[in-house]
Design a protein around this ligand. Sequence first.
Ligand SMILES: [Zn+2]
Length: 573
Amino acid sequence: MTTTAIEKAGLAALQPWLRDIAAIADRAQLATVTGRLARLGVGVPLEVYVYPDQKDRRRYILQLAQGGLGLPDRDDYTRDDPRTRTIRAAYERYRERLLALAGLKAEDVARLSPLVLALEARLAEAALTRVARRDPNAIYNLHTRDSLARLAPSFDWAAWFAALGAADPGEFNVSQPAFAVALAQAVQAVPLDVWRAYLTIHLLDEAAVRLPQAFVDARFDYRGRAISGLQQPVPLAERVIDTISGPSGGEPLAQALGEIYVGRSFSPEAKTRALAMIDDIKAALRARIDKLDWMSTATKQRAQKKLDAMAVKMGYPDRWKTYEGLQIAPDDYAGNWLRAADWQFARDLQDLRTPVDRTRWNQSPHVVNAWAGGLNEIIFPAAILQPPFFDARADDAVNYGAIGSVISHEITHHFDDRGRQYDDVGNLADWWAPEDAAVYKARAARIAAQYSGFMPLADQPINGQQTLGENISDVAGIQIAYDGLQRALARRAAPARIDGFTPPQRFFMANARIWRSKMRDESLVNQLRTGAHSPARYRVLGPLAHMTAFAEAFNCPADAAMLRPPAERVTIW
Ligand SMILES: [Zn+2]
């Protein structure tokens, strides 16, 4: 928050990195510097992280994934519509400003900036689309250092892994092998001065929010104004919290903040009530699976086994993360970031030698969000147990419509078109009878087609394939939450009306209320092109159109605009 200290520090913390980038004189040094940058989370162009093996959740492995593209989407390098041209022009200005701030001469900036875009376009061409990346089998490709070197020669993988701190990585996953091949080819074909400019731009882009105002402004004009349509920066205090937390509370220091949050703001009563709701909702899904008319008994039994095995992480971790060995210095925002990122990566590498810890939280309790984790688990941070999601003073109808629908959405993720391909311990393993899988796919295809018919903007529909997992979880989730409410109401009767509304009406109103939001068109376009979720409005309209209970609650006529005709309604779970 001490902006004078940030101005005074300037680029001091980054200077050793910028010098190393500027000194790259051969391909081995290029591999070394990109490996070291990957430790910071600057994936140029390969992102690296440690996560349980998709097919053996008992062991941690390195995961390599495509990255290093400055435009929001791989298709933005080839799209030719006015919106994309505007974003590309803003990205051009951003690259030029970052290179100038790094001290390059004007003629070098002018020459190198377009070549960096061409390098990224070359990598983007080899990158998988977001839809293709939703196929878990397509992005599971175990390799060793030797097999990767055979697949993608002409990149110094030995130097890269050594710089990463994993000289002997054992088996690891290469999510997009064709991208690794393209990287290796680009290393041969693209001159080193273009690579140096590319690495400089991406390091500064990642660091910009911790640097002097000139960097903050440059980044805001591109990522805030052009991509998201922001008219002014978010207040500094909020930005700092976002920077410490990361988008999902996964940044190295996030839990240190979350521990303070829980100590001050979390009620044990909220946790007890949320756990009771999870029991009701799981019981509701169990009953629905039993009654499915399209699924064989054998597949039902395996679905029930998976549901029974599903773990719940509620509120905050039993054991808090500790921070031994991390150096935090006052008035050194950028330096603290560099040290924390490297410290975290070193700790992650130690995991490669230990069995998977299923109790660990990779998120922080102060973030308002919820997840379906890769270990057949659902995760609810403490901060989501507050209005409008949860209110200890509210009646069951309101809480089941709000946090209840979130809970059942997360449970359903383990049974959506992607999640259903993982088994009861979270392994990617097919437990479906082929004829059941065929019916599932046919029903999922109808959901995808319906959502592709939504046009949030005149020139930009929802991508029903890209958002399919979220839409299935929304459509099924609200129905399961509604069944869960009936179980709660059977235990303790509710008043016939509160404020003039019946319990079902209050359930649906509470559900719609959690999605209230406003967006500028730029942000909406970005979500439609890059997001896994449908825009908030369609997370209400989409699912309710399938629900008889909704039609009955508000006495909708059969031809009401908010309902789909019965023949178009889809039940999966
Ligand atoms: Zn979701």
